[in-house]
Design a protein around this ligand. Sequence first.
Ligand code: PXL
Length: 295
Amino acid sequence: MKSHKLAVINDLSGYGRCSLAVAIPVISALGVQACAVPTSILSNHTGFPKEYKFDFTDHMSPYMDAWQELGLEFDGIVTGYMNDPAQVDAAAAFIEAFRSSETTVFVDPAMADHGKLYRGFTPAYAEYIKDKLIRHATVIKPNITEACILSGYDYDEVMSTVGDHTMRRLKSHLINIVEKLRELGPSDIVITGVDRGERILNTLADENGVKFISVKKTGANRPGTGDIFSSIVAASLIQGLGLEHAVRKACEFIAASISVSEEAGIPVNEGVMFEKVLSKLCCTFDQIDSVKKRN
Ligand code: PXL
């Protein structure tokens, strides 16, 4: 039985259920070893009025040197939120040092949402992520805002078509965006978060072409759901699942996590009560093998 390993480059936010705090349990539940590469250590995520932050960037290089000296190898690498060019450099150096032709490199270019770059991020930083990180990726998972920034598409123009009943114009925009993103290097692309009111449209592209998956919205978007999505898809891909299957699994788990959080009435800042549904993700290795055969 193969023991799969996924290196997870992300911050550790102690409170608020995001980044490594959700990635490690979710990846472990899927039967994959989560090997953390912390970028920063925070008391809580940045959605709270204040936080304490210890920047780990300067330690990332000696940290990965130790792993190299030990001869460690990974089936996949997944990257998450970063907040300065030095962290992007460190992540790119990690990928260059540890990737082989077999490695799945999953990049979440977390930098923008709702048509705007996150506070403190500049267009130059977005270009930096594009040049330094996206070109290393085998799979990228931008939301629709990030996909527009990376492909040079106008967000407002794309979003002006979301209300169309047939989705013909929207789908045509998304197909064009996917083509542009592919020119940057990644072979597989998942564009998340096209909000159509009651439903969310996800676009995925792999060697089988472009596919659209529409999922029912079960509540407000919450911090950490992007990290859960990346964790499930990356861990599933290195276990041999196809992209569509992996994305559907992630969507179902996130929908269930949001539902229990809404039912419990916890504040949005506390993320999702994924602990309550984590057992749905746990499966025996036999089940993993049978899923792979059906794929
Ligand atoms: O889940 C995204 C995320 C990761 N890390 C930090 C964050 C956030 C979102 O707010 O603040 C520190």
